[in-house]
Design a protein. Structure first.
Length: 420
């Protein structure tokens, strides 16, 4: 098998010219192509390629599901034609990002002071900015968002597999961890125009860099993550804890070099708050938009649990909403168990990351988007893979439960029924 990557294959031989050999330019071109080929082969190991094949196969399965959804569940009971090609992906937050990328945050002087405002300032600018840039090449907005998630998801799953190899040597190529992650109940959100894939494409390589004590790279990648989601600040806190533990274990004062880099991830949220203040007069406009649109005002953890429990089981909501709230409760329990296990195993940085995420999500009026947040908890997927290696039956049990749950969530999203 050729070691040259696609696009770098040597050109077919031309007509023979015995009297003249190849010119120096062609020799240089071959040499340059060979160097690129060797570099690509060195960077993508056979283990990486196996993980990417798994990633591609799961993307194909989701695209098949989306295609079936637009035929089997079109809008309107008397529909005679399938929905538009990208209609299944034009749902919920994907539309918010599209509107921001296309029109900006405050089009035509509209804003929180306007009746019927969509509270779009709740969403950080990283994904919309990239979406606007990709749209220059890909004319369809939804297709541009899907392309971002496709590429970002590949980067994320590669980084996750490499993290898994460092934690669980028995998972030699990281495929087991990648499998658990890609077939998780909310995996559909990695394939649509949402921020999960892009955030992980920055966050997981940042964690890899931090593990290798490359603090500057870790800080830069975490800074990019904070442009996408506020969860980037939780990652920054985890990396700061890892840095302090590493510095304390060093025998010399050199261990504290690079500490200044740890302040870099705070810049995007500060800049975004400044931008919003300039337009609204409110330094915390993004937080207040979340409160207005998604009931994310501060409540004590027990109040949030009680409100979510009542919404899930008191019969006051439709079955669609009720089961979503039940999923929120289940995801919170998973997160609490994960945080406890990380603390028991003294994985302090990872525990800080998960605990901050739980605190942010668990102090709203009721729980919102915790099942989606599980995608961002890389210790969960590494831990499940490790458990399945010690208890072989667990892999089968997980797949039997996760695959149908993943299919149901995908259909719920792709048919516009995700939030009830």
């Amino acid at each position: 098998m050729s070691t040259l990557s696609p696009g770098l294959r040597p050109a077919p031989p031309g007509p023979e010219t015995p009297e003249r050999g190849p010119g120096p330019g062609s020799v240089r071109r071959e040499s340059r192509a060979a160097r690129w080929g060797r570099a690509a082969t060195a960077w993508l190991t056979p283990a990486d390629r196996r993980v990417l094949w798994l990633y591609l196969l799961t993307r194909i399965s989701l695209w098949i599901t989306a295609h079936g959804a637009r035929w089997l569940f079109p809008r309107g009971s008397d529909a005679r034609e399938a929905g538009a090609l990208f209609a299944p992906f034009q749902q919920w937050d994907a539309n918010h990002y599209l509107h921001i990328a296309r029109d900006g945050y405050f089009p035509a002087d509209e804003g929180p002071w306007t009746s019927g405002w969509d509270n779009r300032e709740a969403f950080f600018p990283g994904f919309p900015l990239l979406l606007r840039a990709v749209h220059v090449i890909v004319p369809n907005w939804t297709a541009a968002g899907l392309l971002i998630s496709l590429v970002a998801g590949a980067v994320a799953v590669l980084a996750l597999s490499r993290i898994a190899r460092s934690y669980v040597p028995e998972d030699a190529d990281g495929r087991r961890t990648a499998l658990f992650f890609l077939l998780s109940p909310c995996a559909v959100f990695l394939a649509v125009g949402y921020t999960e894939a892009l955030f992980l494409a920055f966050a997981l390589p940042a964690w890899l860099a931090a593990q290798r004590h490359r603090w500057a790279w870790a800080a830069v990648l975490t800074t990019l993550a904070t442009t996408v989601r506020v969860s980037g600040l939780f990652l920054a806190a985890a990396i700061a804890v890892l840095f302090v533990l590493t510095a304390l274990s060093a025998r010399s004062g050199k261990g504290w070099r690079g500490a200044a880099w740890l302040t870099l991830p705070a810049l995007p949220p500060v800049a975004y708050s400044w931008y919003l203040h300039a337009h609204t007069g409110d330094w915390m406009a993004w937080k207040h938009a979340q409160e207005r649109g998604w009931y994310r005002g501060f409540h004590t953890p027990w109040e949030a649990w009680t409100n979510t429990w009542n919404a899930a089981f008191d019969g006051g909501h439709t079955t669609g909403y009720a089961i979503m709230f039940q999923a929120e409760l289940a995801a919170m329990l998973v997160g609490l168990v994960l945080a406890a296990l990380l603390l028991c195993h003294r994985r302090w940085p990872e525990a800080v990351y998960v605990a901050l995420s739980l605190w942010a999500l668990g102090t709203s009026y009721w729980y919102t988007s915790i099942p989606r947040a599980t995608l961002l908890w890389w210790p969960l997927w590494v831990g499940l893979a490790a458990l399945s290696l010690r208890r072989p039956w667990f892999r089968t049990a997980y797949l039997c439960a996760a695959v149908p749950a993943s299919a149901l969530v995908a259909l719920a999203f792709l048919t516009g029924r995700w939030a009830g």
